[in-house]
Design a protein around this ligand. Structure first.
Ligand code: NAD
Length: 298
């Protein structure tokens, strides 16, 4: 592969993603506000820039992996990224952000003469390190085609979901299913406990019956039935509860804005937010089973 990538945001996800682009043969010029993260990426072959603007100035494509929409929009506009890039640069934002912010980012990039793609990811830090992420992308077909080689260097699958914002929409809809189903599985285990049903018996039935789902058979919220699940290591993440709370918050915003009666999604967003602010701060999202038990006085 050839070409120069400007990469801004070298945190838990962005750091290993940038390194995978280097491994695939790209010249990667990176920047992060945290000097230690920039130094670690430089040790792995990323060229350290003195600023975000410097990172994108000579790039063919720009990848951002930032905490939230306000960071992306601030960098694109006031931070000068769009103004500093060569005309026609491809801007790929892999952060998980509000659908409305993603659409605003596309609009700003287009107005500045660039191409844009929202391409949030699933797969976590493990997927970022192993280049096995799944990308869900929104933007026009040309932008997706241009981004495909980059995405292939950082992941195993990229789905073109539709126009601007469609990648973010797919991400929050998927995670709303996941968040709700983890609560459903947790409530079923706690109800089973109250009825004297063993975890293994419920698992053996539900995992081969109509209750089967990823939250049960891969990330089982009680220890025992699924070796290696976060429940088996005292709920060390995995997918941390604050990240689930963030994604469900974005889903709840989108539901309210669109007048969608997503009653369980909104309830789940509140449950994860409370959990993440309290005992769940450093736990996997499947630790929500403990919150269910506590609310049940058990
Ligand atoms: P992180 O906080 O580790 O990384 C974000 C980085 O952006 C930080 O290092 C921060 O210093 C940097 N940053 C912020 N503002 C900046 C600026 N103006 N200029 C340069 N750098 C700046 O977060 P993360 O876990 O890597 O997550 C990044 C995004 O990916 C988030 O939107 C998150 O929701 C999403 N995501 C995370 C995971 C996960 O498991 N961590 C999984 C899927 C999606």
């Amino acid at each position: 592969m050839s070409g120069t990538i400007g990469f801004v945001g070298l945190g838990h996800m962005g750091g290993p993603m940038a390194v995978n682009l280097v491994k695939a043969g790209y010249r990667v010029v990176g920047y992060d506000l945290v000097p230690e993260l920039l130094a670690a990426a430089a040790d792995a072959g990323v060229e350290a820039a003195a600023s975000a603007v410097e990172a994108v100035a000579g790039a063919d494509a720009v990848v951002t992996m930032l905490p939230a929409g306000r960071h992306v929009l601030a960098l694109y506009r006031d931070g000068g990224l769009l103004a500093a890039a060569r005309p026609g640069t491809l801007f790929v934002d892999c952060s998980t952000i509000d659908v409305a912010d993603a659409r605003a980012a596309h609009e700003a990039a287009r107005a500045a003469g660039h191409r844009a793609l929202d391409a949030p990811v699933s797969g976590g830090v493990v997927g970022a390190e192993a280049a096995t992420l799944t990308f869900m992308a929104g933007g026009d077909a040309d932008a997706f085609a241009r981004a495909e080689p980059l995405l292939a260097a950082m992941g195993k699958k990229a789905v073109h979901c539709g126009d601007a914002g469609a990648g973010q929409a797919a991400k929050i809809c998927n995670n709303m299913i996941l968040g709700i189903s983890m609560i459903a599985v947790s409530e079923a285990f706690v109800l089973g406990e109250s009825l004297g049903l063993s975890h293994q018996a419920l698992y053996d039935v539900a995992s081969t019956a109509s209750g089967q789902c990823w939250a049960l058979t891969v990330n089982c919220p009680v220890p025992g039935p699924v070796p290696g699940s976060p429940a088996e290591r005292d709920y060390r993440p995995g997918f941390a509860a604050p990240l689930m709370a963030k994604d469900l918050g974005l889903a709840a915003n989108a539901a309210r804005a669109g007048g969608v009666d997503a009653e369980l999604g909104l309830r789940a967003a509140r449950m994860y937010a409370e959990f993440a602010e309290g005992t769940g701060a450093g736990q996997d999202f499947s630790g929500i089973v403990r919150a269910v038990r506590q609310r049940s006085g058990r």
